[in-house]
Design a protein around this ligand. Sequence first.
Ligand code: PLP
Length: 383
Amino acid sequence: MYANRINSLPPYLFAAIDRARTEAIRKGVDVINLSIGDPDMPTPPHIVEAMKKSIHDPARHRYPSYEGMLSFRTEAARWYKKTMNIDLNPEDEVLTLIGSKEGLAHIPLAFLNPDDISLVPDPAYPVYNIGSILADGKPFRMPLLSENDFLPDLEAIPADVAKEAKLMFLNYPNNPTSATATSGFFEDVVDFANENDILVVHDNAYSEMTYDGYKAPSFLNVSGAKDVGIEVHSLSKTYNMTGWRIGFAVGNRDMIAGLGKVKTNVDSGAFEAVQEAGIAALSGPQDCVREMNRIYKERRDALLMGLKELGLEVKPPRATFYVWAHVSGESQDFAKMLLEKAGIVATPGIGFGESGEGYIRFALTQPVGRINEAVDRMRKLDI
Ligand SMILES: *Cc1c(COP(=O)(O)O)cnc(C)c1O
């Protein structure tokens, strides 16, 4: 019944964990869910109010423009100037997305011909790999290893693969490893892209979720980056807006146009009331972002202290709301044991790709009291 591209999708490895979690809840286990990368706190009230106001305006009830409201794109450009010091033309260097996942999934359709190679990190947010497969492309996985600070080793990519590759996906601050990248690394990427004629897509969903004074660089800050790539951004994590579906892509105007062409023919743009809420988020007071980071940092420190006591090897993350812990044995067995013996749900690293094996991802999306409770339960385990 299904097309080959559907049949060739990798198995959904989280399904087994989901089933086990549902089963545990049914049995009455007090489950602590540290598996989902979805902010647990509500969207800040001034953003909700902007939506409320907008939704009463009949002009917002019509089809939106394909590329997004110019007012939203202008605000996104202003936000990039303010936070990253990057100049963007809202007319042709910014595109509104229905959540960044939508844009990431559609990018390969715009740039890959059948069997073209896309370079995809491993472990990674699944959509880079899946989107490439859905476009009949051939993902080549770049291992993110601890000894390379979870950055891909560009020199380890075989020359023939690099020459054939059309696209490269990157994501720093990184999900799931929480690793960060320096501008120096992005400079190497621009050189590599120029040498091999590769288009770069940098997913910067976690640029604002940082700690300890760390400031995440934009890929576009590097000289020549706009000639070879785009950056995809999301309001989901920064403003607790995962359910709203709003993000944007910025950078190289030909790439923006290519992605726009796919979108014009597939969707009809983001609900304008949501874009107006997005404008309120990007232009409004940013205390909510600082407050969220303060809360995540408190949770991070609580979990890190617990994991350290347990003897698990963890590098304190400077960004994202994930803790990527090295565990003994297979990650799926470890996750199963955590759930069965402690009622804790965490994500086995193998779910993000082969090189994620041996790691567990904890998401800091529970109140600090629950995280302390999780640590107490882990302490009683013999890990
Ligand atoms: C959560 C997340 C996103 C955001 O997706 P949206 O579709 O904008 O909600 C993008 N990339 C990564 C790596 C993520 O973890």
